[in-house]
Write a protein that binds this ligand. Structure first.
Ligand code: 5GP
Ligand code: ZN
Length: 131
């Protein structure tokens, strides 16, 4: 059983922010930003490619509600909503989850998205993505 399934089953302690029949949200142990929260389905799906649409909708609905709640109570300057799919994208726990990361001016979080506009032909990329 994966670590998040154990948390969901209360076999490992966690700080639960929210729970309903299908979804659980816990404080991320790393707290990249104050209030950093993980939202996940109770059922085990490895990633966004595996989770069925109806379960995905429930998770994302909770992500929106919790983003609003965190925004109201924590009052960050911004919020990142992030999902990592597979190891190459930084996924370390193979149970689908969405990060809500409150952001603050001058915090120490950096996401590097290089500018490769000269490297790729947008028409070729569009054809590939839509094929
Ligand atoms: P990923 O890299 O898979 O997108 O994110 C996994 C996240 O789970 C990390 O941010 C990590 O801090 C968090 N995490 C890993 N193990 C535990 C745990 O036992 N409890 C909690 N609350 N968070 C965990
Ligand atoms: Zn699991």
């Amino acid at each position: 059983m994966c670590i998040f399934c154990k948390i969901i089953n209360n076999e490992i302690p966690s700080k639960k922010v929210y729970e309903d029949d299908d979804v659980v949200a816990i404080l991320d142990i790393s707290q990249a930003g104050y209030g950093h929260t993980l939202v996940m389905p109770k059922k085990h799906y490895e990633n966004i490619l595996e989770i069925p649409d109806n379960e995905y909708s429930k998770v994302m609905s909770a992500v929106k509600k919790l983003s609003e709640k965190i925004n109201k109570n924590v009052k960050p300057d911004g919020i990142n909503v992030i999902n990592n799919t597979n190891e190459a994208a930084g996924q370390t726990v193979m149970h689908y989850h969405v990060h809500i990361i409150p952001r603050f001016k001058d915090d120490d979080i950096r996401f590097i998205t290089p500018d490769h506009q000269n490297k790729y032909d947008l028409d070729e990329v569009l054809k590939k993505v839509c094929e």
